[in-house]
Design a protein around this ligand. Structure first.
Ligand SMILES: Cc1cc2nc3c(=O)[nH]c(=O)nc-3n(C[C@H](O)[C@H](O)[C@H](O)COP(=O)(O)OP(=O)(O)OC[C@H]3O[C@@H](n4cnc5c(N)ncnc54)[C@H](O)[C@@H]3O)c2cc1C
Length: 347
């Protein structure tokens, strides 16, 4: 199996911070996975393309970077089935599908990252989520050294969440994902920005629109390093919303099927006065308060310090604790944001 010692992860994290791991493994086959060393005693992290990962320390743990390749499209009378290796790039798969007349993924165009990571946080954008199409995930279990097929239900998908972030965390790797796309296609234009497209629009037009909206709204990580939305949109009770509405009548909210309410984390951060905030070469994006950006710091700790500050300030104002979407990786492995010591980043 391909591996590399003292590997720099700088080009493998969209925050572009410095971190070096003692060794990285690039498994491409089942036998590669079977031959991985016993990791039960050493901290490790499974890395896709690092677009949802913050390397907090300049030393990273052992890295496993699944490199399973291949895209295979089959069809039945009513559906296409797209089987994709975990190491493929998500956006390239979306483009390949559209180019081959397989429609449905267009709203998820331009989401950075690998296919293997897509079920982990159930990627979503413009009114669509991976879970709308994902019918199977192939999973390699470290302890039994076997492959298992997980159904959509087995994956326990919900908003930016799945079994892979919970019960299966660090227990194995995703090697393949299977998507089911109905041949009878209908554009999903429910999301604001897309509803200006004509009703007889094509999937390619929807994809192009999504791409242009995303490029206008979000900073390109190659030009201004970032990991997209840093925090999840918080879910609160109707009572909490009512009390907030008394003070902030224009607060945006989205009612959920289960009776709870989703708030816009970016709006909360903006109201806390932090849009465009900048310190120690890192900051809150000047147009998108939900995006933390790295202007020119080498250190993940600076981003962490900023995130802790944003969480504290928004809590002070709204008594809502924002929770990061981005995964925190220290030299000792992945850690919960709340378990990380508060970074002192000076006055
Ligand atoms: C500019 C920008 C915009 C973004 N917009 C969106 C958006 O609209 N919607 C959205 O949902 N996300 C968005 N994101 C977040 C990011 O694109 C997704 O989280 C993506 O799925 C991360 O893929 P990755 O390969 O880079 O994952 P990584 O950051 O490498 O890993 C993310 C998680 O997946 C795990 N993982 C990775 N590969 C595997 C595997 N094969 N098996 C098991 N676990 C694995 C990792 O351990 C980690 O927990 C955005 C990010 C950026 C930078």
């Amino acid at each position: 199996m391909k591996s590399s010692k003292q590997f720099s992860l700088r080009k493998n994290n969209s925050f572009n911070v410095k971190s070096i791991c003692p060794i990285v493994y690039f498994p491409q086959t089942l036998s590669d996975l079977e031959s991985l060393p016993d990791l039960s005693l050493s901290p490790f992290y499974i890395l896709g393309e690092g677009s949802n990962t913050l390397f907090v320390d300049t030393q990273a743990p052992i890295i496993i970077k699944p490199d399973f390749k291949g895209i295979d499209i089959t069809e039945t009378t009513d559906n296409y089935f797209v089987r994709v290796g975990a190491g493929e790039n998500w956006h390239e798969v979306v483009c390949l599908c559209i180019n081959n007349g397989v429609y449905g993924l267009e709203n998820l165009a331009l989401i950075p990252g690998s296919v293997g990571a897509s079920p982990v946080q159930n990627i979503g954008a413009y009114g669509v989520e991976l879970s709308d199409f994902c019918v199977e995930v192939t999973w390699f279990d470290f302890s039994s050294k076997t492959l298992t097929i997980l159904s959509n239900q087995d994956c326990c998908f919900s908003y930016r969440d799945s079994i892979f972030k919970n019960d299966l965390l660090n227990k194995g790797v995703i090697t393949e994902v299977v998507l089911k796309l109905p041949k009878k296609w209908q554009a999903n234009l429910s999301y604001s920005g897309l509803n200006e497209l004509p009703l007889d629009t094509s999937a390619r037009d929807v994809m192009n629109k999504v791409i242009s909206l995303r490029q206008a709204k979000l900073p390109d990580p190659d030009k201004l390093p970032n990991a997209g939305s840093f925090f999840k949109n918080p879910i609160v009770s109707v009572d909490k919303l009512t009390s907030l509405k008394n003070i902030y009548p224009s607060i945006p909210f989205y009612s959920q099927d289960d009776g709870t309410v989703k708030l816009a984390a970016g709006w909360l951060i903006e109201q806390a006065g932090l849009k465009g905030y900048c310190k120690n070469h890192v900051g809150v994006h000047q147009h998108q308060a939900l995006v933390l950006v790295n202007h020119e710091s080498d250190y993940g700790k600076d981003i962490l310090a900023l995130a802790q500050f944003v969480q504290k300030q928004t809590y002070k104002k709204f008594e809502i604790l924002l929770s990061p979407e981005v995964r925190m990786v220290t030299s000792h492995g992945e850690r919960k944001f709340t378990d990380l010591p508060i970074v002192d980043w000076g006055k």
